[in-house]
Design a protein around this ligand. Sequence first.
Ligand code: DAH
Length: 360
Amino acid sequence: MTDLDSLRTTYLARVADAADAGMLEEVRLAALGKKGEISLKMRELGRMTPEERQTTGAALNRLKDEIDAALRAKKTALDDAALDERLRGEWLDVTLPGRPRPAGTIHPVSQVTEEVTAIFADMGFAVAEGPQVESDWFNFDALNIPPEHPARQEHDTFFMHRAEGDDRPPHVLRTHTSPVQIRAMQETGAPIRVIAPGRVYRMDMDQTHTPMFHQVEGLAIGRDISMANLKWTLEEFCRAFFELDEVELRFRASHFPFTEPSAEVDIRCSWEGGTLKLGQGDSWLEILGSGMVHPKVLQAGGIDPTKWQGFAFGMGIDRIAMLKYGIPDLRAFFESDLRWLRHYGFAAGDVPSVAGGLSR
Ligand code: DAH
């Protein structure tokens, strides 16, 4: 029996020493595998006398069970240790605060510019651009505002410096997007349908004026484009932009040097309870200037006014953004106050489209 005792001691020790599943399997094969020591001993039972077989057989079975149990217990212990090790490695503190949401938002001016562009693109208008530092010819003369014209004073223009001794008229920071009309006509000729959103500059500052602000210009020239087309286009635009079923526009006779006739356009609204509501009510709010392009302006753009005609309009982007999104003070648009931007900003990736929704 000392034979079995030493087998027992050896294998229980080897089980205890096994450091991983691979080593443990080696021990199992060495003891209980087909050619394992204990299996071989079992085979010897056949050559024993019945009495011997009874006692040795029982002892061998007990030994086999004991080693088998030790192997299983060790396997469980090794698995537990491996799991503990993995959990330690992948440990996560679920009490940590969550990740902050991305801080950036789309500025209302960018959002509204995209919205306006989407609506007019749907009506066949391309986007045109021009420089913000503009010659006085493009900003004024070409738009039928000669040097002595009173409109020049009304524009509160910022002038660029000329070098000493350079007597040419100074460049200006463009006071409106209208000069882009001239540039677009010169580039494309007629027929043409463009809008021109962008920055403009005037020396002015109060709750509804900042020295830099944004306008969008519209221009449509064809053989027989009329005031009626202008009216339809602007009504369609307002319905889409303000996301209203019913809008009512009022065309009020006005004067701009670059259009004849000219009209300022008001939208019906109410101020009930101190809050502005567009589309219904007894009040009117001015939203843009417009008219039929003056023959001299067509000429400056290189287009023959005896063959072509069309409309133009100019609208304040910041202003319609304030109206649509209920933003009370224009100055806050340009103060880069993060609290303001988080409140009034739009989620990045929500690209406005006429079909998919403008401001959802
Ligand atoms: N340029 C004008 C302004 O800044 C707005 C304007 C009025 C543009 C009438 C136009 C127009 O194209 O036809 O006040």
